[in-house]
Design a protein around this ligand. Structure first.
Ligand SMILES: NC(=O)c1ccc[n+]([C@@H]2O[C@H](COP(=O)([O-])OP(=O)(O)OC[C@H]3O[C@@H](n4cnc5c(N)ncnc54)[C@H](OP(=O)(O)O)[C@@H]3O)[C@@H](O)[C@H]2O)c1
Length: 234
């Protein structure tokens, strides 16, 4: 049993030990600086969750085809260039947009297949290429693929190819990027919030809440890795 004075000395000793531990750790546990983060598709199911998570500590610049503070169509390189020029320098860019073609392969024309690749795979690559001159040294690009890359469903071959292409682009572009720039892809399963929209097309798939998916984008932007594909599915 400690006396009042001993209790007081004990509390001071615990406090000093904790302070010492924090001081010893602090050189390695630096807090992230506030970043300017562009989110293409910020009004969507994924984009909203990413903006909410990252907006707590960073400046978010929302971009959409018709929503957001700046407008761009990822299938139109000139519109992306114009939007990024009006935004200026930034530290990170997320692409959570892009529509592949869905439909039975036997009913799919070459033009439809090409348009699907343009809508998602090439659209996201358009943004990545356009972002390079605007990214600050050490900045990052985070693209969005999806589990169909390795978990096919009926009518989803165009999405599977688009997603696999995005993963391959992130892995390979990482080798080429200058100035410490980084690139990763997040590959989510169907969002819990998107089950009413996509649930019937992904029968028996595990879903993941948007808030969980958003953490993979935070990891891509803040943790320092490059050339990674963060699978939010098992
Ligand atoms: N939701 C899921 O369960 C899920 C799972 C795995 C992967 N993904 C992939 O994640 C990406 C985002 O999906 P989501 O469900 O979050 O989308 P969403 O809810 O339909 O929202 C799409 C967002 O992207 C913007 N957008 C759409 N087309 C665009 C274009 N051509 N150019 C610029 N912005 C465009 C929209 O803005 P405007 O409304 O202003 O056009 C909106 O902000 C898609 O590529 C999707 O394939 C989604």
């Amino acid at each position: 049993m400690r006396t009042g004075g001993e209790n007081c000395r004990h509390r001071r000793a615990v406090h000093a030990r904790r302070a010492g531990l924090q001081n010893r750790c602090s050189p390695h546990l630096t807090r992230r600086a506030v970043m300017k983060i562009v989110i293409v598709g910020a009004s969507g199911a994924i984009g909203r969750a990413v903006a909410e998570l990252l907006g707590a500590r960073h400046e978010i610049v929302p971009v959409g085809r018709s929503s957001g503070a700046h407008h761009a169509d990822i299938t139109d390189p000139a519109s992306i260039a114009a939007a990024l020029e009006s935004i200026g320098r930034f530290d990170a860019i997320v692409v959570a947009a892009g529509d592949p073609h869905f439909g039975p392969l036997t009913d799919t024309s070459p033009a439809q297949f090409a348009a699907g690749l343009g809508g998602k795979l090439l659209g996201q690559i358009n943004v990545a290429l356009a972002a390079l001159p605007w990214l600050a040294d050490g900045g990052s690009i985070t693209l969005t693929s999806g589990c169909l890359s390795e978990q096919p469903v009926r009518g989803g071959s165009n999405a599977s190819v688009s997603n696999a292409g995005i993963d391959a682009f992130a892995r390979s572009a990482a080798v080429d990027l200058p100035r410490g720039l980084r690139i990763n892809a997040v590959s989510p399963t169907v969002l819990t919030e998107s089950l009413p929209k996509y649930g019937d097309y992904l029968p028996g798939f595990d879903d993941a809440p948007a808030a969980k998916v958003a953490r993979a984008y935070r990891r891509s932007i803040e943790a320092g890795e490059t050339g990674q594909v963060y699978r939010v599915w098992s």
